[in-house]
Structure formats: C-alpha cells, structure tokens
Design a protein around this ligand. Structure first.
Ligand code: KG4
Ligand code: ZN
Length: 370
C-alpha cells in the first residue's frame, strides 16, 4: 500500500490527511483554531503558528490510526507551501520535509488555492477521486480569494478576480459591523435565510463588461443601512466576542443580511454567465470557505442545470481549509511530473496559481505513485 500524506497549516486550521493513490480519502482530520482567534476578531499569525506546532503531532497520530496505516505506508508527502501566513506555513512545511527526508520518499510543496480548486473532485466517504476532465473552470470563494480560474491542458489562467475584498472577507466585515463576531460567514448565512429581500442592493458591475468582481461597494452599502438601523459599526468586536446574540437579531437586520447575501450570489451568477458566453466550459468546480454558503450552493447548482454546465460543489466538510485537498493537488502534480521545487520550496505568503505549469492529469494518464 502506498499513501499520500498531506499537511495543511497555512492559516487557522491544522489538518492532516492520508490519500490512496486513486485519490480516495483514507483519513482526513482537521483541528480548527477559531476559538483561539475569536476574541481578537480575526486570525493572529503568531498564535496560529504556535497552535500548529502543538496540534500537528496528535493529528498525525489520529490520521494514521483512522487509516489503519503507519509511516512505512507513505510513498509521497505533500505540505502546503503557500499562499498563506509564512510562520504558519513553515510549521507544516518543515514537518513534511522532515518526514519525506526520513522516509526517503518524494516531497511536493502543495498550492493551497489549487487544493481548493480541485477539492470538488474528492469524495468524503473514501471513494476514488472523480477523473478530471482535460479542461474546466474553477470558482474559488474564500476569505482571501474570489477568483475564477481556467484549467486547460497547457496552463492555468485567471478568468476573473475580485478587485477589492474577497467574498468571505465581505461576510466577515459585515458580521463584524453588525456585532455578530468572527468568522462571519456561517452566522450571516443563517440569519439571511430567515430574512426577506425587501430592499435589494444593486449588483456591482465594471464599465466595459469586465468579468472581475467587487464587494467593497456592497460592504459600504450594508454599513450605511446598518447605521440607519441604529448600529454603530465602528465600535468593532475585538476582545469582546459577539455583542449581538444570533437569536436576538431583529427582523430588519435579517432582511438586510438577506439583501447582502442575495447581492453576493447574484454577482457571482452574473460573472459566470459572462464568462460562459465568452468561452464555454463544460464543468465548474466551486470551492473555498464561502462554498459552504447555503444560498450559493442552491443557486449555482440551479445555474449549472440551466446552462448545461456540470457544477461540482466541494463537499461541505472540504470547503474550509483541509489537508486532503492539498494532498490531492500534490499527488496530481507529482504524477504529471510538474511538481515545483520539491524539498527546496520556500514558504510563500503570495504565490499566484496562474502561470504555474499544469499537465492535465487525463493527458498524463498514470494512476500509480511510482
Ligand atoms: O477557505 P477558508 O476556510 O479560508 C481561507 O482560505 O480564506 O474560508 C474562510 C471564509 C471566511 O471568510 C468565512 O466567513 C467564510 O469562508 N464562510 C462562509 C460560510 N462559511 C464560511 N461564507 C458564507 N457563508 C458560509 N456559510
Ligand atoms: Zn483556504
């Protein structure tokens, strides 16, 4: 048996995964640090790095135990090398390199965003990964990214990107302004679902028909309406946690959040429509933390059905950061022989996915590690 060991420590989740050679998940464990960062209203890099150091050893033990495997079964090691917080990345990277060197097996530095983009091909119940088509589009919506990429046999390119805030960032800021604490996505999602869009927000568009995205105007719009509802958004929630309990949220706030959420999803639909009209794609993956959003999942599934595009949503448990997605991305690169710098790879806070060499796995056509 040969397994791929994946390590993810780029931000505030520590995660370890073991993948089989067919991409099936043998074990996937995640330890979230959200409670440690909540009182500060966001991720504190130094706290994140220290917590990864503490969390990684027990998570490794747990992953091997769940998979019924030992280190001797590992044939490839992948650790996230970027993009992310450098201090946090270094913890997983050093651990992964050390294990690979000790075992004498190859090491591949994993690309966090590539991992998100490919996560919808994975199955949570351990089934083999779905085969990748030679070309597809990937919408990555997270706390740091809102990008649409195209994967073609030759290259990875950016089709559209946010020019200001990422969608997840907009959710987090809106929640903070409303006193709902951190992270904002899940609570805004739930409150919005019990609201009605009474006064819709316009969908942001760029002159000249660019498919790029923008969420900062929407955020300002929410701030103004919050002020009209009597919230004083600048007080923030740092060191205090939520100042407004979810169940006490007024109906007017729920309605406002429903309008915000509708506008985010409508903008994504609008841009996908433009991109599809410009150059058709048969399949779209949807991934990243915001891909857990209930309205986004419903609407993009329906959008795909309407437009004859197969929409693959990341399994909910794999929308937030996890090592399984990074292990899978590394496995494909290793197999295709396009695996970056190996052991010498540095930790990178910025690491654009576009322009990285890519060999469509279908073209590479091998299904074994060796
Ligand atoms: O991918 P991720 O775990 O970390 C990054 O790499 O950024 O994404 C985290 C983001 C946060 O901004 C969080 O508020 C958002 O995903 N998020 C959501 C939902 N669940 C998490 N946003 C909207 N609706 C949700 N249900
Ligand atoms: Zn992420």
């Amino acid at each position: 048996m040969s397994l791929v060991l994946g390590l993810e420590t780029s931000c505030d989740e520590t995660s370890v995964a073991l993948l089989r050679e067919d991409g099936g998940i043998a074990a996937s464990v995640v330890s979230s640090q959200i409670d440690m960062h909540r009182r500060y209203g966001g991720v504190v890099p130094e706290i994140a790095a220290r917590a990864h150091l503490t969390n990684l050893p027990p998570l490794l033990d747990e992953a091997f135990e769940r998979a019924g495997a030992t280190l001797a079964d590992v044939g490839l090691v992948v650790a996230t090398a970027g993009p992310g917080l450098v201090g946090a990345l270094l913890v997983g990277l050093a651990e992964g390199r050390g294990i690979a060197l000790g075992l004498g097996v190859p090491f591949v530095p994993g690309h966090h965003i590539e991992g998100h983009a490919l996560s919808p091909f994975l199955d949570l119940d351990g089934a083999p990964a779905r085969p990748l088509p030679p070309s597809f589009a990937a919408l990555v919506v997270s706390g740091g990214h809102t990008h649409v990429f195209s994967f073609t046999p030759e290259a990875i390119a950016v089709l559209a990107r946010t020019r200001d805030d990422a969608a997840g960032e907009a959710y987090d800021k809106v929640a903070k302004m409303a006193g709902l604490g951190y992270p904002g996505g899940p609570v805004v999602d739930r409150l919005a679902r019990s609201g009605r869009v009474v006064e819709p927000f316009a969908v942001a568009r760029f002159k000249g028909g660019s498919p790029d995205l923008s969420f900062s105007g929407l955020k300002t719009g929410v701030r103004d309406r919050l002020a009209a509802l009597g919230f004083s958004p600048n007080t923030g929630v740092a060191l205090r946690g939520p100042v407004l309990e979810e169940e006490n949220a007024h109906q007017a706030l729920r309605d406002l959040l429903a309008a915000f959420q509708e506008s985010v999803v409508a903008q994504l639909e609008d841009r996908l429509e433009r991109l599809l009209a410009a150059k058709p794609f048969p399949l779209l993956t949807v991934s990243g933390g915001v891909a857990a959003n209930s309205l986004l999942r419903e609407r993009l599934a329906a959008w795909g059905a309407r437009h004859g595009v197969e929409v693959l949503l990341a399994p909910r448990a794999l929308t937030s950061d996890n090592a399984a997605m990074v292990a899978f991305a590394g496995l494909l690169r290793h197999r295709a022989g396009v695996s970056h710098e190996g052991l010498s790879a540095p930790a990178r806070s910025r690491w654009p996915l576009e322009g990285l060499p890519w060999v469509a796995p279908a073209a590479a056509g091998r299904d074994r590690l060796e």
